[in-house]
Design a protein around this ligand. Structure first.
Ligand code: HEM
Length: 421
């Protein structure tokens, strides 16, 4: 029997974990898909996704995702921040041009190529230290032992936390993402708000101390970021920007590292090729971001009635731009379900978005992935799966693509060369 669109749901954790068959069906039969469970319109074809991302006047980023999934209950969260911390204001990713431009200019000063280049020795050192901590065991749980602490330590240090406080940082990052992604009870929302309040007060102290005494970190750069045309950022704005940097820059990189490693295990011929030709690592990173996109989709709101591929999206309807589906569109990527680290247009993926909101942290993310995989493949050999993956392998999530766990077995290249040498 032929598969039908009605047989699938984007709310189904099995489909979220492996959406390829569903995306193929949508591309063919229903490129703009009205999700029956949420009433949101999902845009799936590459050209349409790109066009939506490049037209912020019609497709606005001014949405209220946090309250969206938790409806009225979100009030208790908002009130706690208002009374004892800093209410969320809309900055950067939640704004449209021209307001967006002010935040973006300031952020682009912080996340430029020079800042990222200066971080390379630290990314290398953290990568090596993490590998040192498990290499002699011959196995590890890759998500907790590597994928999570690498970006965690780098961002935490940039925020002025020391590496020993990484657990606190992980708690903050998980908590501030949760209200936008998970349906919660009022009590859970209250408890989560307390964690965000703890983070806000820590950051407020940090802003003040870096204002007085700047250091070579991201938080100092943000506090001192200004330009001739732009006002310095207020405390509310700084809080909201940090919220976005933490929520946007942590789980995404964890997911890219974990999914990237899993892809190499699923396609051992590609792993062997990468071992033999390490110069392919850059293209491998792009192909992995295309194939298992860490951000599968994000929200937009239609500002007027608009028709895409024959479907009319009414004014004020919520939409999901589905980067993950666009990256598997056969009209853009030949044989999209083949994982090919030599694909010549892998870099055309939309995993970092496009247009005004093109990921501000992409240079840092790519550097973490490049350095991480280069050193992992240099030091580890014979990498295989040590345990079958849970079914499904990913945590339930409508927008992101986090892996539950990934147990690896390997040998050390040093040990191999000592054996053969
Ligand atoms: C592999 C890792 C990453 C992926 C896949 C990713 C993905 C994305 C995507 C798809 C967007 C576009 C949002 C939109 O269209 O509205 C975006 C924006 C953004 N990303 Fe990333 N990201 C990653 C890493 C990072 C890192 C490391 C940071 C910061 C430390 C970061 C911070 C941001 C911010 C602040 C925005 C909003 C930019 C704006 O609205 O102008 N991301 N990211």
């Amino acid at each position: 029997m032929n598969a039908r669109v009605e047989d699938y749901s984007l709310m189904d954790p099995v489909v979220q974990s492996d959406p390829k068959a569903f995306y193929a069906l949508l591309h063919e039969q229903c490129p703009v898909y009205l999700m029956p469970e949420t009433g949101m319109y999902v845009v799936t074809r590459y050209d349409h996704v790109r066009a939506v991302l490049r037209d912020p006047e019609t497709f606005s980023n001014d949405t209220i995702a946090g309250s969206g999934i938790n409806g009225d209950r979100y009030r208790v969260y908002a009130e706690a921040l208002r009374d004892r911390g800093w209410s969320h204001v809309q900055t950067l990713q939640r704004t449209d041009p021209p307001v967006h431009g002010r935040y973006r200019r300031l952020l682009d000063q912080v996340f430029n190529i020079q800042t990222v280049k200066a971080l390379i020795p630290r990314i290398e050192a953290v990568t090596n230290a993490l590998i040192d901590s498990f290499i002699d065991n011959g196995e590890c749980e890759f998500v907790s032992a590597f994928a999570l602490p690498l970006p965690g330590v780098i961002i935490a240090e940039q925020l002025g936390l020391d590496a020993d406080n990484i657990a606190t940082f992980k708690k903050w990052a998980d908590s501030i993402l949760a209200p936008a992604m998970i349906a919660m009870t009022e009590d859970e929302l209250r408890a989560t708000a307390e964690i965000e309040l703890e983070m806000q007060h820590f950051l407020a102290d940090m802003f003040e101390s870096r204002r007085r005494e700047p250091k070579a970190d991201m938080i100092s750069a943000l506090v001192h970021a200004d330009s001739a045309d732009d006002e310095p950022l207020s405390m509310h704005e700084l809080q909201n920007l940090m919220h976005q940097l933490i929520s946007g820059g942590y789980d995404t990189v964890i997911s890219a590292l974990a999914n990237g490693m899993w892809l190499l295990l699923r396609y051992p011929d590609q792993l062997a090729k990468l071992h033999a030709r390490p110069e392919l690592v850059k293209n491998f990173v792009d192909e992995a971001l295309r194939f298992e996109s860490p951000v599968q989709g994000l929200f937009r709101r239609a500002t007027r009635d608009v028709t895409i591929a024959g479907t009319t999206i009414p004014k004020d309807a919520m939409m999901i731009v589905r980067y993950g589906a666009a990256n598997l569109d056969p009209e853009k990527f030949a044989c999209p379900h083949v994982f090919d680290i030599e694909r010549d247009n892998a870099g055309a993926h939309l995993a970092f978005g496009n247009g005004a909101h093109f990921c501000v942290g992409r240079l840092l993310a790519k550097q973490e992935l490049l350095t991480g995989f280069t050193i992992l493949l240099d030091r580890l050999d014979d990498i295989t799966l040590a345990r079958p993956l849970p079914e499904p392998p990913h945590l339930p999530n409508l927008l992101l693509h986090p892996m539950k766990e990934l147990h690896l077995r390997f040998t050390s290249t040093r040990a191999t060369s000592e054996k053969t040498g």
